[in-house]
Design a protein around this ligand. Sequence first.
Ligand code: CA
Length: 220
Amino acid sequence: MKVLLVEDEEAIARPLATLLRAEGWAIETAATAARARELVSEQAYDAALIDLGLPDGSGYEICRAVRAAGDAAVIILTARSDEDSVVRALEEGADDYVAKPFRARELVSRLRAVLRRRGTKQFYACGTLVVDARSAQVTVSGTPVALTAQEYRLLLLLIAQPGRVWERGQLLQTLWDEGGAFVEDNTLTVTVKRLREKLGGEGGHIVTVRGIGYRWEEKS
Ligand code: CA
């Protein structure tokens, strides 16, 4: 498991990184927003721990970058435990927050809880639709559905987090922009349309969120 730790206070970052490494996780640390952005653009992480107050920027911005780059679990570390900061952190896509000062052990257990919640789930069922992520097989009423790689990845993203609203930009970046290649916005529309068609009656689970993007609705 790869974890990004963004924290400018060495007195916090160093012991925390040591503890996380002892858990068997691979840790990359960044003490500035600039370095964090660089790391996020270079590689994918399973989880990110992000301090809100950075010398050259805000943790919110890093949270957005992590969210746009992939599906990492995000925990915000903050000295500001006021309601507004917390609400905003969650709105920016954080899964949880931990108020400073915190015990490193507490943070590790919160991280474990978030990862458990997000799940390493490999099997999704919705109506007559079944997605088996181990074999990358999709069936509707027991009949295999042939999807392109992009259609499959889109389906997996949506079904793995029912109700989550994915912005078009997030989906484009997550699904197509890995090599930095420019993809036309229309490609996403076309892919969603084809995926819905292929899923037949279950295609209705993909709900268009006007002016924003898409979400997976469990009941259609
Ligand atoms: Ca700080």
